[in-house]
Design a protein around this ligand. Structure first.
Ligand SMILES: *Cc1c(COP(=O)(O)O)cnc(C)c1O
Length: 429
């Protein structure tokens, strides 16, 4: 593998003009050490850095690129849209087309609004839930990430329910005091809070399958119990499917677990690599949105024609692919890594579902954020660095999901398993 001189040089310049040289924190490699690599281009399952190194990519722009980099049909379609102009701030037919396509995959979204990011989608969903129920409190789960909107940027202390301790500075207590944070996969604590405070609780928001504490799968009845409880107490259930939407099937976690939430948030894959988000619900709930109703939400670039074209072509392709392909490959990769861990008696738990996975460096099962935090992040960092050196680009943090795309092939998986074997069993530090 060649050196990374040019990346290092570019990173130096970037650090002088942007905090930590990046436009989103985890890109700075703070959790794994070393300097970030600067990307020149991507093609299929691979990214290429400015020094001429190539890597099999399991980050895929943090999820959106389920078809791989620079997919031919998608690029051609964007170019066509681009030739007609970049933005109008007025309705276009393509917006209706993509909304109809999304509704086909997510029937619970009878009506929807397009926005510009996942953050905007969850922010709007919370406002909508509060407007509709005329209640203020929301329940979120520890380790679930819903973008960086103030009231959702809250973690919990350890133990039982913690009320509103912000994870970020700059968030007044007034903006988080209505956020109740509970441990994921613990229905008893949810039930207790809902029974005592349901008159104040507008909504429960969660990642129906977590990706943002690493991949954590809901326990058997967790989602069904949440659905039943929220329905019983007139609380809205919000599925944040920004990551899981179109990740397992032409639908979301709600499709595979057969649970209809009240509000769904989407992003990532529905933009195919351009900035987009969406939130949707039943007609009754969505008609509360301005100008039909009193809940205000707007956007200069919302429904942007280039982003919509990229998303629409991506979804058109996803409608006809066989998801089994990436699910089977993910399973093959993860079971091979589990086998390596077993043979070498390593403290390693591999969580995966569909085409997303995380290696947790612990001997425990990982069901919530506290379990995830018991991992040896130093071991993860060492693994990450060795993989990078072997030409495999993994998520640069223990608490992130890795993804497969339809551009990944058998050879990619074989090479990755070989690299993982070397990385996990290598003795030198
Ligand atoms: C990525 C993500 C978001 C935030 O989306 P942005 O487009 O980064 O604002 C929200 N929720 C979940 C579950 C995500 O994975």
């Amino acid at each position: 593998m060649e050196k990374r001189e040019k990346s290092q040089q570019l990173y130096k310049q970037a650090q002088e003009i942007m905090p930590a040289g990046v436009n989103s924190p985890v890109r700075a490699f703070g959790a794994v050490g070393g300097d970030p690599i600067f990307i020149k281009k991507g093609k299929g399952s691979r990214i290429y850095d400015v020094d001429g190194n190539s890597y099999i990519d399991y980050v895929l722009s943090w999820g959106p690129l389920i078809l791989g980099h620079a997919e031919k049909q998608v690029i051609a379609y964007i170019k066509q849209a681009l030739s007609k102009g970049t933005s109008f701030g007025a309705p276009t037919e393509a917006e209706t087309n993509i909304a109809q396509m999304i509704k086909r995959a997510f029937p619970s979204m009878e009506k929807m609004r397009l926005v510009n990011s996942g953050t905007e989608a969850t922010m709007s969903a919370i406002r909508l839930a509060r407007g509709f129920t005329k209640k203020d409190k929301i329940i979120k789960f520890e380790g679930c990430y819903h973008g960086h909107t103030d009231s959702l940027l809250v973690k919990a202390g350890s133990g039982a329910a913690t009320f509103g301790i912000p994870t970020s500075t700059g968030i007044p207590y007034e903006l988080t005091k209505n956020t109740i944070v509970l441990p994921y996969n613990d229905i008893d604590q949810v039930r207790a809070i809902i029974r005592s405070s349901h008159k104040q609780i507008a909504a429960v928001i969660l990642e129906p399958v977590c990706g943002n504490m690493g991949v954590v799968v809901p326990k058997d009845n967790f989602l069904a119990d949440l659905r039943q409880l929220t329905r019983e107490y007139d609380i809205l259930l919000i599925f944040d499917e920004v990551m899981t939407g179109f990740r397992f099937c032409f639908g979301g976690a709600q499709t595979i677990f057969k649970i209809n939430p009240d509000i769904t948030c989407l992003g990532k894959i529905i933009g195919g690599g351009l900035p987009i988000g969406a939130y949707g619900a039943s007609q009754e709930i969505m008609d509360c949105v301005s100008p039909l109703g009193g809940m205000y939400q707007a956007g200069t670039l919302s429904g942007n024609p280039i982003a919509v074209a990229c998303g629409l072509k991506t979804l058109q392709i996803l409608q006809i692919v066989d998801y089994k392909k990436i699910i089977t490959m993910t399973e093959a990769l993860c079971t091979a890594i589990e086998a390596i861990a077993r043979e070498n008696k390593l403290d390693l738990t591999v969580n995966y579902l569909g085409s997303m996975f995380t290696l947790f460096f612990t001997n425990k099962k990982v069901f919530n954020y506290q379990d995830a935090c018991s991992c040896n992040t130093k071991n993860y960092a060492a693994y990450f660095t060795r993989m990078l050196e072997s030409g495999v680009y993994c998520a640069p943090s223990q608490f992130e999901a890795n993804f497969l795309s339809f551009a990944h092939g058998k050879k990619d998986i074989e090479d990755t398993i070989q690299a993982a074997k070397n990385a996990l069993t290598s003795k030198d530090d």
